[in-house]
Write a protein that binds this ligand. Structure first.
Ligand code: TRP
Length: 325
């Protein structure tokens, strides 16, 4: 099982409750690989010196939330040359027409209008296919926006196997175990997301307790002052109830019965999130203050990942029949 995450932007409560928490609880059920895909982030990064810092910080966060380096394989994509090497093979196995039909490419290229649209943005799915096929992944848990990329990976694998003989495992997109759908505290109709307009509705994992408290106090609710769990009619209140329920292992409707006013609900939700994040923040700080330990944990994942990736790449080279060096 493989899931990957780009080191762009700060990790927030939506990422944690929606996905990362499931990664942690799923690590004992499957043989899991988690790639920090910094090469994919190159399609959006132009400032020198930030990518490495973001990669390090994301790695620390993945360990801090509870991925166990003895169990889960957390690796950095650019540390393994096999990803770039395999990506070229993928580029030669996918067609220009197939890549042109990727909706994510069309959307992103259109948004950039006259701005620079790199060839990397176009071949992005080939690099993603390399990530997936290198690990013989059976299942790739992804959101709807990534399904097309898994399907094209499957098509690439089928074509390669047909041309050169059975080499790659055919991957399948699976729906991730439902995480909480955390909404923006200021715009509770929208998912909490780093592409949102402002920071006021986003709770970052590394926010100070005072900032978290403030964000919850200012959370948008509605004007009828009845605490009830109704996502459609009362999205702001429902979001607070869900967050509080998730943080305290309860259910939103059970939590709703305990409150008659918005004020206490907001402060309790804030307090529960602060308590939930406190050990994560301190473990994160500890790792960031001990760079050699953090580097050691990353290297451990890199080494385990590389053993698998190198074997798959060798298999692909042998199937093609490139001249061994
Ligand atoms: N494209 C994915 C995203 O934007 C990230 C990604 C890169 C990925 N390689 C992957 C996801 C391999 C799953 C498997 O979210």
């Amino acid at each position: 099982m493989l899931s990957c995450i780009q080191p762009t932007g700060e990790v927030h409560l939506g990422n944690y409750l929606g996905a990362l928490r499931n990664w942690v609880s799923g690590q004992h059920e499957n043989d899991v690989f988690h790639g920090i895909v910094d090469l994919h982030a190159l399609t959006v990064t132009e400032t020198p010196g930030v990518l490495g810092d973001q990669t390090l910080s994301l790695a620390a966060m993945l360990f801090a939330v509870g991925l166990d380096p003895d169990v889960a394989t957390v690796f950095v994509q650019s540390h393994l040359p096999q990803h770039s090497q395999m990506a070229w093979i993928m580029e030669c196995t996918v067609s220009y027409g197939e890549l042109s039909r990727m909706t994510q490419f069309k959307d992103k290229a259109a948004k950039r209008e006259a701005d620079f649209v790199s060839a990397g943005l176009f071949t992005y799915p080939a690099l993603q296919a390399a990530d997936i096929l290198l690990y013989d992944a059976n299942e790739v848990p992804v959101g709807d926006d990534q399904r097309q990329h898994i399907e094209i990976t499957r098509d690439i694998a089928i074509r390669f196997n047909h041309r050169f003989g059975d080499t790659f495992v055919l991957p399948k997109a699976v729906t991730p175990k439902a995480g909480a759908r955390v909404m923006d505290l200021q715009n509770p109709e929208n998912k909490m997301s780093k592409s949102a307009s402002g920071d006021a509705g986003i709770v970052y994992m590394l926010d100070e307790p005072a900032a978290i408290e403030r964000k919850f106090k200012r959370a948008v609710t509605d004007s009828d002052s009845v605490v009830a769990y109704d996502r459609e009619k009362k999205p702001g209140v429902a979001n607070l109830l869900e967050i509080l329920a998730t943080a305290t292992d309860s259910s939103p409707s059970a939590v709703a019965t305990k409150y008659s006013q918005y004020g206490p609900l907001k402060s309790d939700a804030g307090a529960a999130v602060i308590a939930m994040l406190a050990p994560i923040r301190s473990r994160y700080q500890e790792l960031m203050n001990d760079r050699s330990e953090l580097a050691r944990l990353i290297r451990r994942g890199d080494d385990r990942a590389e053993a698998v990736a190198a074997a798959t790449l060798a298999r692909a080279h042998a199937a093609i029949g490139v001249l061994p060096r």
